[in-house]
Design a protein around this ligand. Structure first.
Ligand code: ATP
Length: 366
């Protein structure tokens, strides 16, 4: 799925690299390797600066997101390539919340773009579905909703305990993500936008989503738009995924529905995402987490991180480079040069080396 180019497409870019924990630290170097391989033939000056923000650092120094980090990333970098955070030694996941949610909120990365694209028929668990049926973009609101951390406990640790988690929705926040979805559909010639909520039960928060959707869609009469309740959307995506081009929804529902989509398109090892503020420093990460169960074994699938890097290149308006990365990933799937999660027997760095060579080869053919 194409991403709207949002940066100037100039010949140089500075990329902050945050590999993080677990398999994040294994797949991200492979993606950087592939990016470096295509940068030279494309005459791009891509500078990579790595940051060791992770569970290790948090446990060692008590530092999650260092002071001044947000301003530094915002002012000195074009994009952030992110791995994953999560470690059984930090059960509270505090460092992950500080770093990832901190960057999403403080850089105001309000678009979470999660393409769901089947790259090879054999990878979907759905019977009789093919590549042409599963190709949609999920836009998840990324700065509000139930993830803002507003709430509290009353009578904690007693039998009368109450926990409250507030769902925060601003008109500005709802409007900009819905508008982004329509703009994306229009610019990419996609016909259908589906807004999903639970306004029949969440009669305040999602009443706002309904009203804003009805207002914004009037400006996009060239795009077919409709609404589905989130439970119906979950059923319909499985029943007939071919009916969707663009889906836009709130933070929580987008989190869930995009994981459902990832499974329909071959699993978490293949799913990319972008956390975007149009025109500003944005963050790109594979959908998967740190996967402690397979970390350190050298079998993590790097394709999700490489497809994530392709999204980052498109954000930078470097389309030929992005296409080369995608061509290499398709070739790896075709030739079964893949890790065990996809039925192959290759190790993570072997796949990275192979993709780097294939991406350069693909550039020569364009
Ligand atoms: P976290 O707590 O950081 O979210 P997790 O293990 O709960 O990690 P994920 O890492 O998102 O969740 O993935 C769930 C499972 O999917 C993993 O345990 C792993 O078996 C598989 N998986 C995810 N990503 C990959 C990958 N890149 N390569 C191979 N298997 C993967």
């Amino acid at each position: 799925m194409p991403v709207i180019p949002l940066r100037n497409g100039g010949p140089a870019a500075r990329i902050a690299v945050i590999p993080g924990d677990g398999i994040g630290a294994e797949v991200t170097p492979q993606a950087v390797k592939v990016l470096k391989a295509v940068a030279a033939p494309c005459k791009r000056a891509m500078e990579f600066v790595e940051f060791d923000w992770s569970a290790d650092k948090y446990l060692r120094e008590g530092v999650s997101l260092p002071p001044g980090a947000v301003e530094m990333l915002r002012d000195e970098f074009d994009a952030i390539l992110f791995g994953a955070l999560g470690d059984p030694r930090v059960p509270s996941n505090q460092h992950a919340a500080d770093i990832l949610l901190g960057l999403r909120f403080k850089l105001d990365l309000y678009v979470n773009a999660r393409p769901v694209e089947l790259l090879q028929d054999r990878l979907t668990p759905l019977r009789d579905r093919t590549e042409k049926d599963i190709r949609m973009m999920v836009f998840r609101e990324n700065t509000e909703g139930l993830y803002v951390g507003v709430g509290g406990f009353f009578k904690k640790d007693t039998t009368d305990e109450i926990a409250v988690q507030e769902d925060v929705n601003s008109r500005k926040g709802v409007e900009r993500i819905i508008r982004f979805a329509f703009e994306y559909a229009r610019k990419n010639g996609l016909k259908r936008v589906c807004m999903s909520d639970k306004s029949n039960a969440m009669t305040f928060a999602h009443d706002l989503w309904q009203r804003v959707f009805k207002q914004v869609r009037r400006e996009y009469t060239d795009v077919d738009s409709h609404h589905l309740y989130i439970d119906t959307l979950a059923m319909e995506i499985v029943r007939d995924p071919s009916q969707f081009d663009v889906i836009v929804t709130c933070n929580l529902f987008g989190d869930i529905i995009s994981d459902l989509g990832a499974q329909l398109a071959g699993g978490l090892g293949l799913a990319p995402s972008g956390n975007i503020h149009p025109g500003k420093t944005s963050l790109f990460e594979p959908v998967h987490g740190s996967a402690p169960n397979i970390a350190g074994k050298g079998i993590a699938n790097p394709l999700g991180s490489v497809l994530t890097s392709a999204m980052m290149l498109e954000f930078l308006a470097w389309t030929p480079d992005a296409t080369a990365l995608r061509t290499a990933v398709r070739a790896a799937l075709r030739e079964n040069y893949v890790t065990p999660d996809l039925g192959g027997n290759k190790r993570t760095p072997e796949v990275g080396d192979w993709l780097a060579a294939k991406a350069v080869e693909a550039l020569g053919q364009t």
